[in-house]
Design a protein around this ligand. Structure first.
Ligand code: TYM
Length: 321
């Protein structure tokens, strides 16, 4: 089994990134081969300050390592260090119907809001297809919002295989039911673009403040509440043990408690949960040269596989001499 996934350095990672995706990366790194990359070329569609993008890319690598990604087990690299991907993206683009990309939600949403869209946003799913197909990936751990993109990668691979002969492995998304769509502080999907995120490594005091501002309804303290439909409860559940979750659910059903107490419990449990990675992060951040080394070694390993698959695709469509 070959596992692959990518994450954009468009901001500091949040709980949605961790519980939807990063936690899976770490669990799956014991699989036969796991490739994880920082999608800086995708991020360039939104981050337009070069210093910010470079810093966020380095931070992303540090965060992943601090959270438990082991560079001796998984291949960790930066998307732009494998130029073969951009070359494959072009080859794939020549056979990708406009209609397929017009249906993709990132572009469609922007258009619906009347906002100007760049070609990079429109063709974003093709670069993502190249990211996946170039490593013969069969399993792609992601959150729910990426399922459509993986379907597009499958469609593109299938139509290439149909036209030029068997070339690409067909990938499958892997999602965790319990955290495929982590809610943000307002109950919508947690997302940088909705401004409702809780970051993994925020300073503890600032994080507590954000947690205390999570929106809740105005039902009186004594009224029983259904835990399943409450985003504060869902956030608490991400961190809690089965026992803790059950006793919190019982409290909800019984009523007679304030949301403030749940928020305090959430802040405590989250702080404890990320305490170790936070300490590891501080050590890693003190040696950026080691992080660059890890990324360079990862890129070398990734390129070996990428060259092989790009070559196969070039042979198949007749663009090699
Ligand atoms: P990105 O950077 O937006 O998100 C990284 C990962 O985090 C997951 N995620 C969530 N999961 C659950 N609940 C949430 N609220 C939540 N928010 C984010 C995402 O589903 C994703 O798995 N296009 C990709 C990056 C990419 C990629 C790839 C992924 C580029 N090439 C190839 C897989 C394979 C993206 O924008 O993810």
């Amino acid at each position: 089994m070959r596992v692959l996934s990518g994450i954009q350095p468009t901001g500091r990672f949040h709980w949605g990134n961790y519980f939807g995706a990063i936690r899976q990366y770490i669990e799956l790194q014991h699989a036969e081969q796991a490739y994880y990359f920082i999608a800086n070329l995708h991020a360039l569609t939104t981050v337009r300050d070069p210093n910010v993008l470079a810093q966020l890319t380095l931070d992303a690598a540090i965060d992943l390592l601090a959270l438990g990604l082991d560079p001796d087990k998984a291949v960790l690299f930066c998307q732009s260090d494998v130029p073969e991907v951009s070359e494959l993206a072009w080859i794939l683009m020549t056979g990708t119907p406009m209609g397929l990309l017009e249906r993709c939600h990132a572009y469609k949403d922007k258009k619906a809001k009347g906002l100007p869209a760049h070609a990079g946003l429109f063709t974003y799913p093709v670069l993502m297809a190249a990211d996946i197909l170039i490593y013969d990936s069969d399993t792609v751990p992601v959150g729910e919002d990426q399922i459509q993109h993986i379907e597009v990668a499958r469609d593109i691979a299938q139509s290439f295989n149909h036209h030029f002969g068997e070339t690409f492995v067909l990938p499958k998304a892997k999602i965790l039911d319990a955290s495929a769509k982590v809610p943000g502080t307002d109950g919508e999907k947690m997302s940088k673009s909705y401004n409702n995120t809780l970051e993994l490594f925020d300073e503890a005091k600032a994080q507590r403040k954000k947690i205390m501002r999570i929106t809740t309804d105005s039902r009186p303290v004594e009224q029983p509440k259904a835990p399943e439909s409450d985003h504060l409860f869902l956030l608490y559940s991400l961190f809690a043990s089965d026992e803790e979750r059950e006793s919190m659910a019982a409290l909800y059903r019984r009523g007679g408690f304030g949301y403030g107490d749940v928020k305090k419990a959430l802040a405590d449990v989250a702080e404890k949960y990320f305490a170790e990675p936070r300490a590891r992060r501080a050590e890693l951040a003190a040696h950026p040269e080691r992080i660059h080394e890890i990324l360079a070694t990862g890129a070398e390993r990734a390129r070996r596989k990428a060259r092989e698959v790009l070559n196969r695709a070039q042979q198949a469509c007749g663009v090699c001499s």
